[in-house]
Design a protein around this ligand. Sequence first.
Ligand code: ZN
Ligand code: ZN
Length: 146
Amino acid sequence: MADPQARFEELVNKLREREYRLTPQRVALMRLLAASDGHPSASHLYDRLQEQFPTTSPGTIYKTLNLLKDLDEVLELGFSDDDNRYDGNKPYPHPHVICVRCRKIMDLEVGMAQNLLQEAAQQSGFQIVSHRLDLYGICPDCQDRE
Ligand SMILES: [Zn+2]
Ligand SMILES: [Zn+2]
């Protein structure tokens, strides 16, 4: 993971440059996003933010997440059977491993997808512009619990 403090400052600067309001809740949310490596859901972020700001509304979370998404500063992972999850550290497409038991999501190196993407482009003639690569499995913690 990148340096959380550096990433936090990067996020704050992006909003500042565009003259978005930096409310204390917004700043705290960006701090959470920059420091988290577990791809939190919006409701998880909401719970954490409420500890610091009891009056936080879910709308604040969604508005800020959508804003950061529009600025390409957060990667949203949508799931049909589960809450969306957010990566504020690597806002670009990259492969993930997802635990089918505890829903832990971990990053894999971007390089791991390169061969696949090249081959996909060759086979299909498509110019690949983005990708979503999820590998499902059972994480080491859950294996230990068996
Ligand atoms: Zn697990
Ligand atoms: Zn990720």
